[in-house]
Design a protein around this ligand. Sequence first.
Ligand SMILES: C[S@@+](CC[C@H](N)C(=O)[O-])C[C@H]1O[C@@H](n2cnc3c(N)ncnc32)[C@H](O)[C@@H]1O
Length: 356
Amino acid sequence: MAAAKTSQGDEVWKKMELGLIPDEELRRLIKIEVEKRIKWFTKPTEQEQLAQLLDVVKSLRGMPIGSDDDEAHNSKFYDTPRSFDILIAGRTIKETSGLYTDPTITMDEAAEKMMDLYCERADIKDGQTVLDLGCGCGPLVLHIAKKYKNCKVTGVTNIPSQKDFILEQCKIRNLSNVEIIIADFLEKDIEATYDRVFLISVIEHFKNFGLVLREISKWVKDDGGLLFLEHLCHKRFAFHAAPIDEDDWFGKYILPTGTLPSANTLLYFQDDITVVDHWVLNGLTTFGLTKEECLKNLDNNMEEIKYEFKSYYGIGEEETLKKINWWRVLFIIWEEMFKYNNGEDYMVAHLLFKKK
Ligand SMILES: C[S@@+](CC[C@H](N)C(=O)[O-])C[C@H]1O[C@@H](n2cnc3c(N)ncnc32)[C@H](O)[C@@H]1O
């Protein structure tokens, strides 16, 4: 059998993975990919731009909820030692967007400001029932449980070790109003409905947004229930995460699955829910600066992270180096994408929906 052809992109990636490309050059190569995508998906007329978006919307409608290789890809992202999450994301353990109202505030302060904004926009009232789907290491669950002592907060995660970690954090923080369910939230039977449902930086994993929102809407109370959703986006175009040409190491090795919606893509999926409010946030002062901080934290804790990776994954020096470089490249890609054009291209979208 003929050996698979190695592209120029494969060669670039091999060097990146071994840390053989200095950061300045790495950023230059990443900027080329960021600009390539913007050129590729930006159309010369509004008519063609809208057609680009609707092509993606229509293709998503015809697809299953997720793509086949999601599991392997997701485990790369989420099967991590909890010590790594703490070293990277700080006290709040929030790795998704913070809100840098001022560039000098700390990562913890920015994370708290963003979670306060979620609560304000979702109009949470103390005493309500709250559900956080795809809660990760629990930043929002812990934040709401502390801020609203009479709310009953439920988090759903598909990573079992995250449950133990969150419950341990509840003990440390003296919180008794939290419940964590281990489940794939798309497969769990609906037993309860909630006043407020949150989906923070999860929808980008999926394909058929209509089916995802149908499943999620079942958890939202009929009477006054609200769904608050955050996702990364481009302000105008949407695209399937996949290589855009044969040299595209970026699409092949880092972001091979899922979908990046445009700021308004979800408005085309309102069969079971109705939009109540909609916002976009600058990409630089949210995800861009958050990922800059994640990178600094990774670099400042390199020796400890190497040690944690080696013992958690049971791997040697070279595999550890590759894992660390995968994270470094990912953080730099996200930083460059969301800082591009002062954060006015790649952005963060917030949407508030009620049930139909
Ligand atoms: C980018 S992380 C965001 C985590 C958290 N919402 C936050 O803001 O920190 C996406 C999370 O969604 C979870 N997830 C994805 N699909 C899921 C599913 N079908 N059921 C449960 N959790 C899921 C992943 O395990 C991961 O923790």
